[in-house]
Design a protein around this ligand. Sequence first.
Ligand code: NAD
Length: 476
Amino acid sequence: MTDYPDLQLFIDNTWRKTADTLPVLNPATEQEIGRLPIARTSDLEDALAAAERGFRVWSRTAPRIRAQIILRAASLLREWGAQIAPSLTMENGKPLMQARMEVIRGAEFFEWDAGEAQRLYGHVVPSAPGIRYTVVREPAGIVAGFSPWNFPLSQPARKIAGALASGCSIILKAAEETPAGAIHIARAFQEAGLPAGVLNLVFGDPAEISSHLIPQDRIRVVAFTGSTSVGIHLTEMAARSMTPVLMELGGHAPVIVCDDVDAAAAGRMSAVRKARNSGQVCTSPTRFFVMEQSYEAFAQSFAERASQVRMGDGLNADTEMGPVANHRRIAALDALVEDARAKGAKVLCGGTRPNGPGYFFPVTVLAEVPDDARVMREEPFGPIAIINPVSGLDDAITRANALPFGLAAYGFTHSAANVDRLTTEIEAGNLSINTLEASVAEVPFGGVKYSGHGREGGAEGLHHYTVTKTISHRME
Ligand code: NAD
């Protein structure tokens, strides 16, 4: 296997190229590393027909056998980890170590859902003699999945794992900017013996593909991860055919730092976490609300550690943070920093881009940011942190809940009373206390409010890919 794979569509267990292609760029160098074939309408129709055939076979395959194939694919990904990680770094920019971790994380999603595939229990409801009510969960049908560019392998893995473990077939449109991750997964499933048509991979114009697939009656689930605006658009489209949606959308994660913790240690830990994936994580800690007593120590240690982050090409062994994934992020981050600066925010570190090629943007710490700055409301989706003082827990919780988002939220405290208040009052799908980890395979992940709908992972992860059927049986 070379460092960067040959890019192709995967339809009906066959790899295919098309005449029209898109360039794939390395964000660290802005050099082209591959050409991605664009799916034509006929390719999408082929994928739909294949997925229909695939669904007929796969939905009737014993869950135990489904699990075996999924586990085999996961084990191949683990085996290939060292070989395929550089391709994720090349297309996305993340440091090699994070790319290695991402492959493992992708494998974990498959392994967890393979286990859940075998526990899609139904139940029998007690009733009068002579009648039996049985409730079963069945695979929903063909899934149209859309995964973004921030985690080229683990984002497609989430969607494919949920669909396949439930007995659904899937047509996945992975991100055009980072196609290699999904291609490695498709190759692993092909080798693992997945029946034809169960997994289909397409790329092209996102709007053309979604507007062709989603209105089809054959599509029974739409699963999307990306921005809230696109999520709303796809949800509206799906509503016309009453197709259920699983939407994992934007966040703007608040972090409440209470005055009973080691503020300097929390600051250092937060700076390292902010740099992860160059801040392009929907759970990235962004709005830090720090109690006044701890504010100076937290802000100072955060800025000090952030300014030490070694930024560079992710393929270099000592790089801690790579570039952001594309030029759109650079433009967005520049605009947010300039706006905050103009409105009176202090820039404790970062804020200025280095010269030279590559989409590099340093970890930038903005302090005492006024509420009318755009960055207080708009998800930066990059390495920008906001640190503001708060007068107490009431103030912190009010500010944390002030936005229409509710994906991840964090708290640092050792007080049981504070934990109780955060647990009950914070509006978020995932709350983490004294840790900045928000999403692992074994627990459900997803948002409230404009951060989306539905859960991936955990015992709940397969719900959205199944339908509940009730059988009433009168026994004469
Ligand atoms: P964008 O809103 O144009 O695209 C977001 C994602 O949606 C991309 O993967 C894109 O391919 C896809 N997409 C866009 N239009 C689509 C359509 N009509 N049909 C189907 N898919 C479509 O913006 P972008 O510049 O790529 O990303 C910026 C924003 O997206 C970020 O600010 C962030 O909020 C959000 N984002 C979120 C996540 C996440 O993990 N939740 C991941 C990546 C991006």
